[in-house]
Design a protein. Structure first.
Length: 401
């Protein structure tokens, strides 16, 4: 058995001032700063958390965030920490492999292999794009904790078709990433539901593509035949391509990033799509304003903006922003048409998302019927007790008289 994290032999210990035993034993993997004494001097990295001097969990501390400790594994008093860690990682890795047994397949060779806390690997994301694995961490300290040498070893052993394993960092960092195995191609090609895509992974958002929208994109293709479709905040045109494959007569993709707009047209070309495609480099808010003035309409309008709520403090402004952009989008849909809304903000719950949409319809002075509610696919699991990790919200509405 091998451990997948770097940790010292002598652990730091932090005692909790609040009893969260029931909370963490139910499966929650975060301990927040208000559970510790304010006088505590924290250090980033591995530690043992205790309550009333009794060993509770092995964690990774993030001293600069309210999310103060990510739980790796709950501990017992009987076995050594080293033994428990090794046993834990072996078990979780096998569970991860079992959950992805359907991937890769003839139609889809892009999927999420490890989804952080949802797979029991806090702060760690591993996405697979055909023969390329992309590793990303939620916080800089997690990059130091996870043992990349062992991750590469296990990935090569269990996913032998991999030719490259790439560590991706934030795009604004000086070193955007590093090859851990093989060499990252300038463009990586992959399949999703039989649809071809390419991504410049080094410079792309997230790990290279929004794999979590796979099922929702496919849903769009079922409603698109003969329709005029507008895709706002289109990024590299995932929804646009599916709309075209579904038989849309005309597709308009709008994004503020010129590179993303160019990529959306490329994704049309590699799929041999001849549908009329308007790839527009513009600010989506300004586009909406102009379209309303010109009284333009589309049979289907898809609005999937970036997260407006990076933290809890930003929530009131985010709700206002979502309401405004959804209401403006709804105004572009004729009666009988479809409005598609999505949000990737973890700070907005499913209930809040639907409430925002009710208010958006009210602001637009329109009525809607729910056609479909979607979310994350099966390769993006999350603990039942961590509803905040059910971050992806997706809904399709019919506009009614």
């Amino acid at each position: 058995m091998t451990v997948l994290i770097n940790y010292p032999k002598n652990f730091l210990r932090y005692d909790l001032i609040r009893d969260v035993t029931k909370h963490v034993k139910r499966g929650h993997r975060w301990i927040f700063s208000d559970c510790f004494a304010s006088t505590e001097k924290f250090q980033d990295g591995p530690a043992l958390v205790t309550f009333k001097k009794q060993q509770l969990a092995f964690v990774v501390v993030q001293k600069d965030t309210h999310l103060r400790a990510r739980i790796i594994v709950l501990l017992n008093e009987k076995d050594s920490v080293d033994f428990q860690l090794k046993k834990y990682f072996q078990s979780q890795w096998l569970k991860t492999l079992e959950l992805r047994a359907q991937f890769p397949n003839e139609l889809t060779n892009s999927f999420r292999f490890i989804n952080g806390e949802g797979d029991g690997f806090p702060g760690l994301i591993i996405d697979i794009y055909n023969d390329t694995a992309v590793i990303k961490h939620d916080h800089p300290v997690m990059e130091e904790i996870w043992n990349h040498e062992k991750l590469v070893e296990w990935l090569k052993r269990d996913l032998p078709y991999l030719k490259c394993i790439y560590l991706k960092r934030k795009n604004d960092e000086e070193e955007k990433g590093a090859n851990l195995y093989g060499e990252l191609s300038p463009e990586v090609s992959f399949k999703e539901n039989g649809v071809q895509f390419t991504s410049n992974i080094r410079d792309a958002a997230k790990t290279g593509f929004f794999l979590d929208q796979r099922d929702n994109r496919k849903m769009i293709s079922h409603f698109s035949k003969g329709k005029k479709v507008l895709n706002l905040f289109s990024y590299t045109g995932g929804f646009s391509v599916y709309a075209a494959i579904g038989g849309a007569s005309e597709v308009t993709s709008v994004d503020i990033a010129a590179a993303a707009v160019a990529a959306s047209q490329k994704n049309f070309d590699i799929n041999g799509l001849k549908n009329t495609h308007h790839a527009i480099h513009a600010d989506a808010f300004e586009f909406l304003e102009t379209a309303q003035k010109e009284k333009k309409t589309w049979d289907i309008v898809i609005t999937d903006p970036p997260s407006f709520a990076p933290n809890q403090k930003a929530l009131p402004k985010a709700i206002e922003g979502y309401t405004r952009v959804y209401a403006s989008s709804i105004k572009l849909v004729p009666n009988g048409g479809l409005f598609v809304a999505s949000s990737c903000s973890s700070h907005i719950s499913q209930e809040q998302f639907l409430e925002i949409l009710q208010n958006s319809f009210s602001t637009a002075r329109r009525k809607g019927t729910v056609v479909s509610i979607g979310g994350q696919p099966s390769d993006h699991p999350f603990p039942l007790v961590m509803s905040e990790l059910r971050y992806l919200k997706f809904a399709i509405f019919r506009l009614d008289d």
